[in-house]
Design a protein around this ligand. Structure first.
Ligand code: AKG
Length: 355
């Protein structure tokens, strides 16, 4: 157990790191064309890794193209998501497990920025994680490891074809895991590490999470503390986001300005999470972002959160410590502990299994 004194030291360093431009590699994000593009199947991997390093140190967000996922698959996921959220509320509420964080979460159930919000995010969601049966060796509710809940398997359900719905989501989940795995390898290369460096943290039982989101039409009013999605940084290693055509996503620059991340057809929006920022000692940015609704349309998005194994200890990488003033800004933490803390802070209905 760390002494309070030691903990304060880390908190102090963290605040310091957030309040200044953190590393000589960090540069000002331009508001003209700030979001770079990375090609997952680019012919020159080393070239893409260099571009990726620049994206990770300057922005923490990028568009991902040539990822291999067809438009038809993407359309199918959005159609299925829309059909689900149109179900009657009582039906949706039956399909949820607040201990394993699976299935439905209601409108305003999550508050991602409690200190600035007067009510919860104006969105509802549906969580899908690794499907671990109750009789499996890896089943462990304290580590969020267990079965998913599916429409049609929790009582009557009026989806047109709930088996097809499940198949669509399982296939999309598997595609995201594959893309996430390839991306983490490109990230290792971008840090001049062996391409397989992070593999062991993702082969066992990574905390991979797909979340369907539906934003209501309610207009965001930041001056009144009303947000479609409150400002936050993501909890894991990286997030692979699909959005529909509606704008709303914004990122906060190092100078604390909000700039939009417009949707781009055929591309994912990828951002880095807290654990990668911790691994890299702040070199790679876990950029704060939010969603603002103009009040003119509903919005659908599908983030996929790629997080290392629950027991992975995330500790500053040696390659990210230099001989100057760059001491570790955070103590080591397990991936699972960080995730559980964040889920508890942001979800009203989360009911963690405390062993
Ligand atoms: O819906 C979006 O565009 C972003 C969602 C998001 O940031 C999140 O759920 O963490």
């Amino acid at each position: 157990m760390k002494s309070p004194h030691r903990r304060n030291f880390y908190i102090y360093r963290y605040i310091l790191s957030k309040s200044r431009i953190k590393n000589s590699e960090h540069r000002k994000m331009s508001s003209v064309h700030p979001i770079p593009t990375i090609h997952l199947n680019g012919s020159d991997k080393i070239h893409e890794a260099k571009k990726l390093r620049s994206a990770c140190t300057n922005v923490g967000f990028f568009y991902l193209e040539s990822h291999g996922l067809s438009k038809d698959r993407v359309d199918e996921v959005f159609a299925a998501s829309k059909e689900f959220f149109k179900l009657p509320l009582v039906e949706k509420q039956r399909i949820s497990d607040h201990e394993l964080t699976r299935g439905y979460t209601a409108m305003e159930e999550q508050t991602l920025d409690p200190s600035n919000q007067t009510k919860g995010d104006t969105k509802e969601g549906f969580y899908i994680r690794q499907d671990i049966p109750r009789d499996h060796l890896l089943y462990n509710p304290a580590k969020l490891s267990g079965p998913n809940v599916w429409p049609g398997e929790c009582g009557p359900c009026s989806l047109s074809d709930h088996r097809r719905w499940k198949k669509t989501m399982k296939e999309y989940f598997a595609s995201c895991c594959e893309i996430g795995f390839r991306l983490q390898r490109l990230i290792a290369l971008s840090l001049d590490l062996d391409e397989n460096f992070f593999d062991l943290h993702f082969v066992d039982n990574p905390v991979a999470t797909l979340r369907l989101l539906h934003y209501s039409i309610e207009e965001s009013k930041p001056e009144l503390g009303v947000y479609a999605c409150g400002a936050h940084s993501d909890f894991g290693m990286l997030t692979i986001l699909l959005t529909d055509k509606n704008p709303g996503l914004q990122i906060r620059t190092l100078e604390h300005e909000w700039i939009p991340v417009p949707p781009r057809e055929g591309a994912f929006i990828v951002n880095l999470g807290d654990l990668l920022e911790r691994w890299t000692n702040g070199l790679y940015l876990s950029t704060v972002h939010r969603v603002i609704s103009e009040g003119s349309s509903e919005r659908y998005s599908v983030p996929f959160f790629y997080t290392p194994n629950f027991d992975t200890v995330v500790e500053v990488l040696e390659c990210c410590i230099d001989e100057g003033d760059n001491l570790p800004k955070h103590p080591p933490i397990t991936s699972g502990k960080h995730l559980l803390e964040k889920l508890s802070q942001t979800h009203a209905d989360f009911n963690p299994n405390v062993q």
